[in-house]
Design a protein around this ligand. Structure first.
Ligand code: 13P
Length: 255
């Protein structure tokens, strides 16, 4: 049984006051929801403040990125111990914006992944194809390649402690979500790959989120697919109503 997991990736949005308002509203809204794991991933400068506002709620804190080294002369970077220190439980790795804008490679993501797992944080590793790759019929090849590269060298236990997020690049921030069938097809393929890389028991335990224009009104259909175990939400995670609508949808899905 996989417990659904909904995470909000705020990206580079909101300010200090709005961040605190948002999590206070979310903490209020989710007081009674227990069958869904929930996390918010604010900009790093607001992590501490948001952690404070989340105290006493079941909502967990996540970061949007991390560096693989624990400390040292790495100007501008943040380490896993620092993220733990301010109360993070999750770290997003290899988001398509980091891959496309900041040139992150599977090898770098893999190095970060090992550091995150060694630190006892839970990674959310993102994969997904561009529109051009989909139209060229290369979706499975691209996603499988990203999974193989990013997840290299993990033990079965480490794989079970890792969350994956399938985020087709063409669906991010575009309002053009993958259809439930399109998303399910890729999720199923990822799970088949995990079965060959690890074991079928491990592949059955890994949480695979979908991300890309998830909204309150399309969440139920997506989350009802057998291999979609949650959502990584961008735009719709910035408002209490829209994010809580997605969590609400997750809470009624029977898996
Ligand atoms: P949107 O939900 O805004 O499409 O963003 C998805 C995403 O990139 C989450 O990481």
């Amino acid at each position: 049984m996989r417990k659904l997991f909904i995470a909000g990736n705020w990206k580079m949005n909101l300010d200090r006051a709005k961040s605190v308002d948002l999590v206070r509203g979310l903490a209020d809204a989710f007081r009674t929801t227990t069958n869904v794991d929930i996390a918010v991933c604010p900009p790093a400068v607001y992590l501490s403040e948001v952690a404070g506002a989340l105290q006493g709620s079941s909502i967990e804190l996540g970061a949007q990125n991390v560096y693989s080294k624990p400390d040292g002369a790495f100007t501008g970077e943040l380490s896993c111990p620092m993220l733990k220190d301010v109360g993070c439980r999750y770290v997003i790795l290899g988001h398509s914006e980091r891959r496309a804008i900041f040139g992150e490679t599977d090898a770098q993501i893999n190095e970060k992944l090992h550091a995150v797992l060694a630190a006892g944080l839970i990674p959310i590793v993102c994969v997904g194809e561009t529109l051009g790759e989909r139209e060229a019929g290369r979706t499975a090849e691209v996603v499988r390649g990203q999974c193989r590269g990013s997840l290299a060298g993990l033990s079965e236990t480490q794989m079970r402690a890792t969350v994956l997020a399938y985020e087709p690049v063409w669906a991010i921030g575009t309002g053009r979500t993958a259809t439930p069938d399109q998303a399910e097809e890729v999720h199923r393929d990822i799970r088949e790959l995990l079965a060959t890389m690890f074991s079928s028991e491990t592949s059955q335990q890994v949480i695979i989120q979908y991300g890309g224009s998830v909204k309150a009104d399309n969440a139920l259909e997506l989350l009802s697919q057998p291999n979609i175990d949650g959502a990584l939400v961008g735009g719709a995670s910035l408002k209490v109503d829209s994010f809580s609508g997605i969590v609400q949808a997750a809470s009624v899905v029977k898996k």
